[in-house]
Design a protein around this ligand. Structure first.
Ligand code: NAD
Length: 398
């Protein structure tokens, strides 16, 4: 059998710990036997990030701008414990944060739905994709403890020195205050990423804020979405047979619970933070969530939503058997390969991505799965496989 050829390389970002081990197994058993895999390789493992003063992360993001599609393994975001563990020169920033800042993207997270792993919400039949705006609001706020009576004001000083003031509150006793901001540019990018991704995946787009209470802040989000939709996307949505739907955040939550899924839910930063954890846990498992960063300029970076599965890695280092779920990492590869195929007009590559996903889902639906899924499946007597055994079982189906 001749291998599938690629014309443009994928940007490959290797990572850390247990997911780095899975990464190699996936390539060896599920990709390299079938594809003449072309990648431009960047080692984002923490040791190499430290050696290169984190330049490798920047290079990987720039390469994504050059080629358009990347696939990323989970990586460690250093904290104090990691500083000692890896003898780091500095507490390097989260690679995902660095990449997102360079690509100016929005993250879309979607669960992989399989028979036998049933969502807690019984009417959810199709995936709900959460799009989280990743700039500003409470994540870049300024806070103050108000010690006692006095006024808190918002002051805007224009470049020519003129000032505009708004009273926040006239305190009669101690309390707290908070200032937040966002940028029209960032909201516009977010809106465009969402509209593009909805067209890409042929799913309806929902967006919700609290504009009835927040008549300037949240209302700006609502207005920007509507203006961009009317100007640039209305006709494209009609042609694709999909809709854009705006509602209040509380109404959105109520509708989501009663829906059958199958749409993209765009959320402001905080809502997205909270709702993506709710959706992923209700769909079953973090190990079954995919994640893709989509930039308004049309760059794509695919990854699993979970981390490096540190606990399993330490077991692996001790020579103990692990049963780590590789599904979301496999889907990161299939997502990236499909997108690469789409951009290059490479149908063989796109078909392979479909087959890889089908083989993975079929393996689970046949009752062969890793331990995390065996604990939550509705199937009787599932076969629990180890990390490698599960990938080998998929390879057989493939
Ligand atoms: P984690 O996602 O690795 O693990 C959270 C929990 O879910 C653990 O109990 C783990 O056993 C379980 N789990 C997650 N994925 C699993 C899988 N594929 N199979 C079986 N069980 C799975 O998150 P964490 O423990 O908070 O963080 C570990 C490391 O990962 C940290 O250093 C953190 O910085 C990093 N991290 C990276 C990313 C990323 O690169 N996108 C995201 C989150 C965390």
């Amino acid at each position: 059998m001749s291998k599938i050829q690629m014309t443009t390389p994928l940007v490959e970002m290797d990572g850390d710990e247990m997911t780095r081990i899975l990464w190699k197994m996936i390539k060896d058993d599920l990709l390299l036997p079938y594809i003449d895999l072309k990648t431009e390789y960047y080692d984002l493992g923490l040791e190499h990030r430290n050696e290169t003063d984190d330049q490798v992360t920047i290079d990987a993001a720039m390469a994504t701008k050059k080629y358009g599609v990347a696939v990323k393994c989970a990586t460690i975001t250093p904290n104090a414990a990691r500083m000692t563990e890896y003898d780091l020169k500095e507490m390097w920033k989260s690679p995902n944060g660095t990449i997102r800042a360079i690509l100016d993207g929005t993250v879309f997270r979607a669960p992989i739905v399989v028979k036998g792993i049933e969502p807690c919400v019984k009417n959810w039949k199709k995936p709900i994709t959460i799009a989280r705006h990743a700039y500003g609001d409470v994540y870049k706020n300024t806070e103050m403890k108000v010690p006692g009576p006095g006024k808190v004001e918002l002051v805007y000083t224009a470049e020519d020195g003129t000032q505009t003031k708004e009273l926040v509150f006239d305190f009669k006793g101690p309390g707290v205050a908070q200032g937040m901001h966002n940028l029209d540019n960032s909201i516009e990018s977010f809106a465009r990423s969402c509209f593009n991704y909805a067209l890409d995946t042929k799913q309806d787009l929902w967006f919700a804020t609290k504009d009835t209470i927040s008549k300037k802040y949240d209302h700006t989000f609502k207005d920007i979405f509507q203006e961009i939709f009317d100007a640039d996307y209305k006709e494209k949505f009609e042609e694709a047979g999909i809709t854009y739907f705006y509602t209040l955040i509380d109404d959105a939550v109520a509708r989501v619970m009663k829906s059958e899924g199958g749409y993209i839910w765009a959320c402001k930063n905080y809502d997205g933070d909270v709702m993506s954890d709710m959706v992923s846990s209700a769909f079953g498992s973090l190990a079954m969530m995919t994640s893709v960063l989509v930039s308004p300029d049309g760059y794509y970076e695919y990854e699993a939503a979970h981390g490096t599965v540190q606990r399993h890695y330490y077991k692996h280092l001790k020579g103990e058997e692990t049963s780590t779920n590789s599904v979301a990492t496999i889907f990161a590869w299939s997502g990236a390969l499909r997108k690469r195929g789409e951009l290059d007009g490479n149908k063989e590559l796109m078909d392979f991505a479909d087959r890889l996903e089908e083989a993975t889902i079929r393996t689970i639906e046949e009752g062969k799965m890793t331990k995390d899924l065996a604990l939550i499946t509705t199937m009787e007597n599932p076969t629990v496989l180890n990390s490698e055994g599960f990938i080998k079982a998929i390879a057989e189906n493939l």
